[in-house]
Ligand binder design. Structure first.
Ligand SMILES: [Zn+2]
Ligand SMILES: [Zn+2]
Length: 184
């Protein structure tokens, strides 16, 4: 038995689609576009579910995420995004922080705290230097190693308790003396 060829309009562009058994809603060209639009709409309507899904995916596929970021950072889009980011004050500050740690890493000095830990400690000062009491603003509060890095032995470990926030002026004045502030 030969099935009769039927016709139906595409719900997206309205062109005529011919079919034999299952009635399609979209033509071949519109089908992938409709799918994408549908997913986007679903994501917009269910932001919580989307986040849960993404978190689950991240948890279950750490390697895939790593690979994805590797690819992205090497792609044209990724390079452009990085260049844009590098001008942000936040990024400049983080780069400075990293470069200071890199120097100490060469001497095998270990930092057992994260950048976030340091930011939190700095935030607590509210921009006021704990040593001289001047309000210099958060950006001018710098990280000081209570026991100076220049004097530290190879392999010395610094935890968050071994550093303190000081204004740039106090930090340079302190130089390589060991001064611990009472508050921190
Ligand atoms: Zn169509
Ligand atoms: Zn100060």
């Amino acid at each position: 038995m030969v099935k009769k060829i039927k016709e139906t309009p595409c719900q997206r562009c309205g062109c005529n689609i011919t079919y034999k058994t299952n009635k399609p809603n979209h033509c071949k060209i519109c089908r992938p576009i409709f799918k994408k639009e549908y997913i986007k709409q679903w994501e917009k309507k269910n932001p919580d579910k989307l986040k849960k899904r993404q978190d689950r995916f991240k948890k279950n596929n750490p390697e895939k995420i790593k690979e994805y970021f590797k690819k992205y950072s090497k792609s044209e889009k990724g390079i452009r995004a990085r260049k844009r980011r590098q001008h942000l004050p936040k990024y400049v500050e983080y780069a400075k922080y990293c470069s200071s740690l890199r120097r100490s890493r060469l001497r095998k000095i270990i930092h057992k705290f994260t950048y976030k830990d340091w930011l939190l400690m700095r935030k607590k000062t509210k921009g006021i230097c704990p040593l001289c009491g001047k309000n210099v603003g958060l950006e001018k509060i710098s990280l000081d190693h209570i026991y100076p890095i220049s004097k530290a032995d190879e392999g010395r470990i610094y935890t968050i308790d071994d550093v303190q926030p000081l204004c740039i002026r106090c930090n340079t004045k302190k130089n390589d003396k060991v001064i611990k502030n009472e508050i921190f």
